[in-house]
Design a binder for this molecule. Structure first.
Ligand code: NAP
Length: 497
């Protein structure tokens, strides 16, 4: 299946041979790959937007059953791509086969879960409230009102580099928007453009097979930032689903704020996912817990938005720290997804190293100069409170132990936390019940709390919430994973009669 480097605009593969181009990058060899990709033009965006708007009416009017069939067909077509998909993504990301096969399954499951929700008329689709009329109500009669949920319109989706399937071209936001009845225009992440093209080929087959309006999905390639800003500024766009960094989200929000019509922006960003460890737990299971935390932090070479980046550990836990240092030193170095991410990682490590209150406890061996090696740092609560940078996500294999000497200091540290996607608490049964108030305070900092478990790994299910208070996401009320993700792209409509 040859890669063309073209964008997919309402059923047509288009490129601009005279315009800007870029090449994808192979982190494994630290070299550019030969395929040329063509930056989508503003005229192509215009075409995609027009077609998406034209597709909105027929697409929203499809039955739930028809939309479910479409989502199931997309899932099947992704599987039908076969091994070429996995091999292409391995080359573009250097993520291992097993991880990518798992992520592909997760992406397909996400699409099928939405299809099932449509077939079964599950929440949020069935959240229709009816208030019956009361002609005899005094002093005024009461009308009958019914609350329905309808699709918002055309949705723009931006994928992340670190989940090339699950949070990318045909990932959660695209699945949720299509399930809700919204056409989608995807701006691909330029860390995996060939993967995005293959995924779009799967979508093209599903569109044809299910006889969908061609404008229901378009995919724009592009390295220049301008196309992303033109997309979110376009009047046809009625909502944006974004997964990525805080800085890029802010840049897009700035553009959205200049629009005449305000629209929702759902940004799934990052966080340090604090781990609170109590004394008895650390004394009893310190070594095991430390090894589990290092293994969780090293998943995807530290490039998970749920990576445990800050660990609050009681002072003097020698066994815990010894085991953590050992595990860090044993970690093989690996590549990061893009040279830009590597540059940011190196700069974040230099930031820790230049802070006099922070000690480097250990680091892994750097096997190749373009790898990122695991780092473990430590500081006390006072240092943590004094420097807000220590709360910033390091995208890569790095964690900071914050040693606390008293419950008061731990509470102060938790109170100081910005919004997080997730946090975990590790304690004995007794410690968990004795610290119920502290755990309850932690609820107000996060979108998901895990008790005695690692934060990495986000289940696709109706009860999942993957989001959190700002700055971990830009809308604390919404999730990007699970069935409720569909509500992002539905809006309430009251019918009164
Ligand atoms: P990113 O840093 O947000 O970058 C996304 C794209 O935007 C890149 O192609 C980048 O191009 C481009 N860009 C940079 N500056 C821009 C600007 N001013 N305007 C428009 N586009 C711009 O993406 P990422 O590398 O995937 O980010 C990783 C982040 O995503 C981490 O923070 C991670 O925690 C988060 N994440 C969150 C979740 C979640 O569910 N919450 C899931 C996965 C990842 P260049 O590369 O050329 O600069």
């Amino acid at each position: 299946m040859a890669i063309t480097g073209l964008s997919y605009i309402a059923g047509q593969w288009l490129g601009n041979q005279e315009g800007k181009t870029f090449q994808s990058f192979c982190p494994g060899t630290n070299e550019q790959l030969p395929t040329t990709f063509y930056d989508a033009t503003e005229a192509q965006l215009e075409q995609a937007a027009e077609a998406a708007q034209a597709a909105f009416k027929p697409y929203r009017n499809l039955s739930n059953q028809q939309r479910a069939e479409f989502l199931n067909a997309i899932a099947q077509e992704i599987m039908n791509l076969g091994d070429i998909l996995i091999e292409t993504t391995m080359q573009e990301t250097n993520l291992p086969r097993q991880r990518l096969e798992g992520e592909r399954m997760r992406t397909v499951s996400q699409l099928r879960a939405f299809a099932n929700a449509l077939e079964q008329d599950l929440a949020p689709l069935n959240l229709n409230y009816v208030d019956e009329a009361d002609a005899n109500r005094a002093p005024l009669p009461k009308p009958r009102t019914e609350l329905n949920y309808i699709p918002v319109g055309v949705v723009a989706v931006f994928g992340a580099s670190n989940f090339p399937y699950a949070f990318s071209t045909l990932g959660g936001d695209t699945a949720a928007a299509l399930a809700a009845g919204c056409p989608v225009i995807v701006k691909t992440h330029n860390a995996h453009p060939a993967t995005s093209e293959l995924m779009t080929k799967a979508m093209d087959s599903a569109i044809k097979q299910c006889d969908m309006p061609s404008g229901v999905f378009s995919m724009l390639q592009g390295k220049a930032y301008s196309i992303s800003h033109q997309l979110v500024a376009h009047p046809v766009i009625k909502a944006v689903g974004f997964t990525g960094s805080f800085n890029v989200a802010n840049a897009l929000i700035e553009t959205i704020n200049k629009r005449e019509e305000a629209i929702p922006f759902y940004g799934e960003l990052g966080s340090v996912n604090p781990q609170v460890i109590f004394k008895d737990k650390a004394s009893q299971d310190g070594a095991t817990l430390a090894q589990q935390l290092v293994a969780s932090m090293l998943m995807g070479n530290g490039q998970f938005c749920t990576s445990p980046g800050v660990w609050f550990v009681p002072s003097g836990q020698k066994e815990f720290e010894r085991a953590a240092i050992e595990a860090i030193k044993a970690a093989s170095s690996d590549t990061l997804l893009t040279p830009g991410i590597l540059k940011s990682f190196i700069s974040a490590i230099a930031g820790f190293e230049s802070n006099a209150g922070v000690t480097k406890l250990g680091k892994g061996q750097l096997e190749k100069p373009y790898h990122a090696d695991a780092h473990l740092f430590a500081c006390d609560v006072e240092t943590f409170l004094a420097d807000k940078h220590l709360q910033e996500e390091v995208f890569g294999p790095c964690a900071l132990i914050v040693r606390y000497d008293s419950e008061e200091l731990l509470i102060q540290a938790i109170d100081s936390l910005a919004g997080q996607l997730t946090a975990s608490v590790h304690g004995t049964e007794q410690e968990l019940s004795q610290n119920a108030a502290l755990i309850s305070d932690l609820h107000y900092k996060v979108g998901r709390i895990t008790l005695g478990q690692m934060p990495t790994g986000v289940e696709i299910c109706a009860s999942m919430n993957h989001g959190g208070p700002f700055p971990s996401s830009t809308d604390v009320r919404s999730t990007s994973v699970g069935l409720q993700a569909m509500t992002r792209f539905l809006r309430p409509l009251c019918i009164q009669s």
